[in-house]
Design a protein around this ligand. Structure first.
Ligand code: NAD
Length: 475
């Protein structure tokens, strides 16, 4: 018998599973299909974020950070410990348990919301028809009113350095190492390169990050990126800019990386290399024949600002469509489409999406950078304040970095907030909320911030916008 649903979602990553739950909350009958397979052959919901991205990487970042601090910072607090040792197997076991808890949590959420979770492949056949091929058994056709395409993305594999899962690896394999490589190369100084490079560097690897662009973190505010780069350098991360890796060749137990740079190029010997040069949307074999859904030259599904594909009742969200490849962007798109299909009002503010890089210190921002404002000819004023003068940051032994607020000179509205420093990824929440409510710098100035807290740095940066910082020299 053909199964019929109001909504079939293809993909149960943070975009798809959120869309499925919200649609069910809106009273619709929903099936959500996912083909994710773990290395042990098990199926799981949650996509890259839960299984091979955000969640496991944060677990390892925390473990490696604690290891590093035990070895380098405890003495400062008067705590003496013998040389700390890292048990990689135990660290990985903890990470795997966290992942399992969260992916299992989606199964529970699906049950509680009466979403039918299906493990297997989904393929759109036509509007209102989705082919579902279970892990075992024959394909069947599901009929539905709405289809949500949320198939996510995959690490880009370069022809000159194909993944071998041992020495030339992608970001997922780099979360699974069972020992710290002695010399680790990272191709790409983007978010993944920096996060995974930091994990293994803190655990003792000699890490070299090779980045093709001349600017470090070109998408971030220059002042913040420079500050972060200085701090990473001090920590011993070897970041080589303007270095375009051309090939990776396996040799006796290692890998030779050949690169071009402004000095005529060279080569680097490493034991393992992580290739982190971006991700591509998963649109291969997602659509049968001519469904009417358009895919652009880079493989993204073409949608309008409301995530409509142009084919009635067919939506696409998350990494598979334009915009930043961020879990929280995909989730909000999921909520928005689930509300729209239920005839409700939905709002998605693409101008106020936070970005966070979970290095130590963390880097986080929302809104425009100073360079973007300059390029657009927008009159602005800037206020910065360092964590060096913040009591809580001092107590944490993490008093480095700064917060920067950019506001309009015309009406004082906050246009961008940029932070490099402790817990920047948590602090940015206040800035996101402020910007969502179109706050002015004065609004933040007049908001009482707890003392002593890291958030006082944002308060002072807002005051500095009008040269009224209390605990700093206003220039
Ligand atoms: P990225 O686009 O952030 O960075 C890739 C980098 O690789 C670029 O800077 C590029 O110049 C460089 N590069 C490309 N080819 C190269 C070559 N041959 N030699 C040297 N450098 C080269 O991509 P990513 O770090 O792989 O991340 C993929 C996506 O996942 C991004 O959209 C990112 O935002 C997202 N992500 C987000 C988080 C987070 O929010 N914390 C974490 C991980 C991933």
């Amino acid at each position: 018998m053909t199964q019929t649903y109001d909504v079939v979602v293809i993909g149960a990553g943070p975009a798809g599973y959120v869309a499925a739950i919200r649609a069910a909350q809106n009273g619709l009958t929903v099936a959500c299909i996912d083909s994710w397979k773990n290395f042990d052959g098990s199926s799981a919901f949650g996509g890259t974020c839960l299984n091979a991205g955000c969640i496991p990487s944060k677990a390892l970042l925390e473990s490696s950070e604690l290891f590093h601090r035990a070895g380098h910072e405890f003495a400062e607090h008067g705590i003496s410990v013998s040389q700390p040792q890292i048990d990689i197997a135990a660290m990985q076991k903890r990470k795997n348990a966290i992942v399992k808890q969260f992916t299992g949590g989606i199964v529970q959420l699906f049950k509680a919301n009466k979403v039918t979770g299906l493990f297997g492949r989904g393929r759109m056949l036509a509007p209102g028809k989705v082919e579902f091929t279970p892990i075992e058994g024959d394909a069947e056709t599901l009929e539905c009113t709405h289809i949500v395409l949320a198939s996510g993305s995959t690490p880009i594999e370069l022809k000159a350095m194909p993944f071998d899962r041992e020495q030339i690896v992608d970001s997922w394999d780099a979360l699974e190492f069972d020992a710290t490589p002695k010399r680790l190369g990272v191709i790409g100084g983007g978010v993944i390169g920096l996060e995974l490079g930091s994990v293994w560097q803190r655990l003792g690897a000699e890490v070299t990050i090779l980045e093709a662009m001349d600017d470090f973190l070109f998408m971030a505010d220059r002042q913040i990126a420079k500050d972060a780069q200085r701090q990473f350098k001090r920590q011993g991360l070897d970041i080589r800019l303007g270095t375009m890796v051309k090939s990776a060749t396996r040799n006796d137990g290692g890998v030779t990386l050949a690169y071009d740079d402004k000095n005529g190029g060279g080569s680097l010997e490493v034991d393992k290399v992580i290739v982190a040069v971006g991700r591509r949307p998963n649109t291969e074999d997602l659509l049968a024949g001519d469904t009417g859904v358009r895919i652009d030259e880079r493989g993204f599904i073409v949608v309008d600002h409301e995530c409509r594909t142009g084919v009635p009742n067919v939506w696409a969200i998350g990494d598979v469509v334009r915009g930043p490849m961020l879990a929280h962007k995909g989730s909000e798109e999921g909520v928005a489409v689930a509300d729209r299909m239920a005839g409700k009002y939905a709002h998605m503010n693409y101008d106020v999406i936070p970005s966070v890089i979970y290095t130590a210190p963390e880097i986080a921002w929302v809104g425009k950078t100073e360079e973007e404002l300059k390029d657009a000819g927008t009159p602005y004023k800037a206020g910065t304040f360092g964590f060096g003068a913040n009591g809580r940051a001092k107590a944490l032994e993490q008093a480095t970095g700064m917060a920067k607020i950019l506001a309009s000179t015309e009406d004082d509205q906050v246009l961008g907030v940029h932070i490099v420093g402790p817990m920047a990824g948590e602090l940015i929440g206040e800035a996101v909320l402020a910007m969502e409510f179109s706050a002015s710098a004065e609004d933040i100035q007049r908001t009482i911030h707890a003392h002593p807290s890291l958030s006082e740095v944002l308060h002072e940066a807002a005051l500095a916008v009008d040269k009224r910082a209390i605990h700093g020299i206003n220039r």
